[in-house]
Design a protein around this ligand. Sequence first.
Ligand code: NAD
Ligand code: DAU
Length: 338
Amino acid sequence: MRILVTGGAGFIGSNFIRMYLARHPDSEIVNLDKLTYAGNLENLKEIEEDSRYSFVKGDICDAGVVDDAMKGVDAVVNFAAETHVDRSIGDPDAFLKTNVLGVHILLEAARKHDVGRFIQISTDEVYGPAPDRPFSEGDVLTPRNPYSASKAGGELLARSYFITYGFPVIISRAANNIGPNQYPEKVIPLFVTNAIEDKPLPLYGDGNQERDYMHVLDHCSGVEILLEKGEPGEIYNIGAGNHMRNIEMAKLVLDELKKPESLLTHVRDREGHDIRYAIDSSKMRALGWEPEFGTKAAILDAVHWYAANRDWWEPIKSGEFREFYERQYRSRLEEAGA
Ligand code: NAD
Ligand code: DAU
């Protein structure tokens, strides 16, 4: 099986490539990645010399590059995306290009090259907030920020290729992933690394929002199952049911690192902040998928990884990230007196 993985230098894509090559000795993976601020080839150091792996630096919006990369490919897994909600609020442009137009370019090339399976990695955010019940795959989509709206656009287009052309698209909608190699703009690596550096943890609003914190390896094993057993045209929720309120998660992080709760700083809320995400993953479980990590185990595994891998995140936090951090947090922290 020769798989084109897009966005493989990012958080989930790199975990997926490492896992898949280790478990499938006869597989080949081509990784097409633009290397935006979130792409990092350090994530793939341990397999960069593997003869079954190759890397192409390129944009999924570039039809020529995509056409070349698609040659001889049996399956596509599209992880490539702009992924941070806060950045989408400040500047949605790149989100629409990559998450909608990029999906279109990939679908066209994959159809032309008769690719046997196309997994579009989507998100539980497309449903919008789930205050009182988990969403199933047939529920209405109510995305509420530019990121989730662009992901909904991308997956609807992908699904239309199944309905219109019979092209074998499968869509996954995953919950919040956590674990090794996540860019420290996302809440858990941000809070863990800030705590290690004795910096404030900027908790949006009252901190009562809730997320389903799934270990990234549990998401990757779900995608592996979809490559083998997913039904073309179908949508699959992938969530471990690991719900925790942000304020409890922050306290767990501080407790594990033996840092004081005074680092917790309530700051101005995210605009349009979705209170809670929740999905029903019984369709995935019916395919044999079982998450290995519970809530606490997933969060603590992440805490321990960042504590043990300062050489991975310290260079990131001193680069492009600093400008982003200033923009996103300076006035929030000042208002909060921190
Ligand atoms: P990430 O931001 O860590 O990585 C994204 C990768 O895509 C980077 O390597 C980046 O360089 C690459 N990329 C961006 N634009 C590109 C373009 N135009 N062409 C080629 N490459 C491009 O993201 P992630 O957290 O690993 O998320 C991967 C996928 O999973 C995304 O589609 C995201 O929407 C989806 N998802 C993420 C989560 C989560 O909690 N992180 C949950 C559900 C779904
Ligand atoms: O649900 C899946 C989605 O999870 C993915 O599709 C997205 O790509 C991914 O970024 C993630 O989106 P969230 O917005 O849920 O993740 P984030 O880590 O940005 O925020 C998680 C929660 O923590 C959310 O309630 C907002 C809160 N938060 C976040 C940051 C960055 C804070 O309180 N403070 C912060 O500084």
